[in-house]
Design a protein around this ligand. Structure first.
Ligand SMILES: [Zn+2]
Length: 273
């Protein structure tokens, strides 16, 4: 499915018309431009050659969205995000241990690794880890969440960790106002450049990586909404709950904006462009 609007032909078949293995390998997904003479010109309303009824496009789209929302809030997905919240609490406790707290490099490394793992985990909840390329995606999300802190060294003008963590002001990539600007600009550039569908989710990945990082840092420093200043420190419960719910919010928005294909386990959904 492309990032941006184009003509769609959707067909939904009831379960008993799907191949028996559709739940396992998504073969039930039906995707082709229907050029059958029996097709109605009215946006997918009509009968297939075998007599199977096709549903109106608007109904199919609504069914698709409803299915996507159900999937986003499946028990596995909710369990994964609850695990993410628990991981945040455990990681922060580990960072407070004297053995870690007294060693600047160790503390910085673990803190940065936690940023990366939170970003990685969040994106895994969003996309659901179904194929090998998903693994690369979540690793990239983790990397993005982690490398944000490199701006400390950029601002310090030095590789000294001591200098990097004792800056007089927040470094540039920690400005939270940048998040919508960067993500929307990236989406616009992708639209201009007509990048491949595979890159559709990149702005959302960046959104998750930056937001999880900023909210986690916000517990100590507040959110820096340049040029307006800093908010008060983010309450710890708000940080944990925001981190755990953000992937669900992101997936709902992605589905509603048509960024991702819908993976239905109950119906074969055909989306052609
Ligand atoms: Zn940071």
């Amino acid at each position: 499915m492309p990032c941006y609007g184009s003509a769609l032909i959707l067909q939904i078949y009831s379960d008993d018309r799907l191949p028996p293995n559709h739940l396992l390998d998504m073969q039930g997904f039906y995707s082709k431009l229907n050029s059958s003479p029996s097709s109605s010109p009215l946006l997918g309303v009509g009968l297939r050659a075998d007599g199977a009824a096709r549903v109106p496009l608007s109904l199919a789209v609504e069914a698709e969205k409803a299915q996507a929302l159900l999937q986003t809030f499946s028990s596995a997905s909710l369990l994964a995000s609850a695990g993410l919240g628990a991981f945040c609490v455990l990681a922060d406790h580990a960072l407070q241990l004297p053995a870690v707290h007294q060693h600047l490099w160790l503390r910085a490394a673990l803190d940065n690794a936690t940023h990366g793992l939170v970003g990685l985990w969040s994106w895994a909840v969003v996309i659901g880890l179904r194929k090998k390329s998903d693994l690369y995606e979540v690793l990239l999300a983790g990397l993005l969440a982690s490398i944000i802190d490199l701006d400390h060294f950029y601002m310090a003008g030095s590789l000294s960790l001591k200098a990097a963590v004792s800056l007089p002001q927040r470094p540039p990539l920690h400005c939270s106002s940048l998040i919508p600007v960067v993500c929307l600009s990236l989406r616009f550039l992708m639209w201009i450049g007509r990048l491949k569908d595979a890159w559709c989710s990149l702005p959302w990945m960046l959104f998750i990586s930056m937001t999880t990082h900023h909210v986690r840092d916000g517990v100590r420093h507040g959110l820096w909404l340049c040029p307006f200043g800093n908010t008060a420190p983010v309450p710890y419960w708000l940080y944990v709950s925001t981190t755990a719910t953000l992937p669900h919010l992101c997936s709902v928005l992605m589905y509603l904006t048509g960024t991702r294909d819908v993976i239905s386990t109950k119906h074969g959904v055909a989306i052609d462009v």
